[in-house]
Design a protein around this ligand. Structure first.
Ligand code: SF4
Length: 183
């Protein structure tokens, strides 16, 4: 099957690519306007480029970065709940991936967001299937969490940059700021 695999970052790509490419023809899709600040975005993009060149993967990059619009929407939702904010963030990336898959005549789309246990797995899965229906391209679901430790290990061995937080400034604050500083 020809799959357009949305890739959130290089470390989360490694084991999924290794396993999925044994059965499917993968094209990787970079679209991650949720990564802040911009220097961090560039750092993760460079890691993605470095690794995909190393393995000779087919890649498509969408480098859209609508910072004001993204932060405006995410801030409103974040005040209500983190789940709503992440739902918007997942849906934005999955929808763009599904549209690209349809444009390219792919059989299906999927995402490496299904790898990390700290992502809202059921929400990503649910959104994947509902967006597939709307766009008319199959969503290829895999419970990639079984490959998480392997992927982490591969990233460590490959010397690829591994980030410390999910992506947006809210997740950065959750990781490094809230309840952690003692002034
Ligand atoms: S925590 Fe992660 S998934 Fe949730 S909004 Fe931020 S970048 Fe997106």
């Amino acid at each position: 099957m020809k799959i357009l695999l949305h890739t959130c970052c290089a470390p989360c790509l490694m084991a999924p690519y290794k396993h999925l490419s044994q059965e499917h023809e993968l094209t990787l899709f970079w679209y991650n306007p949720n990564i802040q600040p911009y220097r961090e975005y560039l750092r993760r993009l460079r890691a993605f480029r470095e690794y995909t060149r190393r393995i000779g993967a087919r890649v498509i990059e969408d480098l859209s970065y609508p910072l004001e619009e993204w932060l405006y929407k995410a801030s409103i939702l974040s005040k209500k709940s983190n789940v709503l904010r992440c739902k918007f963030c997942y849906a934005d990336r999955l929808f763009r991936t599904a549209l690209k898959a349809r444009e390219l005549g792919m059989d299906a789309f999927s995402t490496t967001l299904l790898l990390a246990p700290y992502q809202k797995h059921e929400l990503v899965k649910e959104l994947g299937f509902s967006i597939a229906k709307k766009v008319g391209v199959k969503f290829h679901y895999e419970d990639m969490r079984r490959w998480f430790d392997e992927s982490e290990d591969m990233a460590r061995k490959a010397g690829i940059y591994r980030q410390g937080y999910c992506g947006c400034i809210f997740s950065e604050a959750d990781r490094y700021w809230r309840d952690k500083l003692d002034f």
